[in-house]
Design a protein around this ligand. Structure first.
Ligand SMILES: [Zn+2]
Length: 99
């Protein structure tokens, strides 16, 4: 039982590493890289490498939070925002031309 859990954790780590590699592989199409970056962040959260806060990082409301990537070249650098703030953040990134 214990061994099984450790193997699952290890499998997740291996998957995380693979998606990190894909997300940073400049030869891959952008949509593949962004998808892997999102997946890597989700895995990192499951593994406890990233901690999900109780409330939105911007407005501090306790709503359902979404992970916002400022830059997909940093897959594990995310900000937890509510839906409203996430929309604002996305429009900021679009405006900067790096979305
Ligand atoms: Zn918010």
């Amino acid at each position: 039982m214990k061994k099984g859990r450790r193997n699952r954790q290890h499998a997740k780590l291996a998957r995380l590493r693979r998606h990190l590699e894909i997300s940073l592989d400049l030869l891959k199409p952008r949509r593949i890289r962004t998808r892997s970056a999102r997946y890597a962040a989700a895995l990192a959260e499951q593994l406890g490498l990233i901690t999900r806060p109780k409330c939105c990082a911007w407005c501090r409301r306790r709503l359902r939070l979404e992970r916002h990537h400022w830059n997909y070249d940093e897959p594990l650098s995310v900000t937890y925002l509510c839906g409203d703030c996430h929309e604002i953040a996305d429009s900021m990134v679009c405006g900067a031309g790096i979305a």
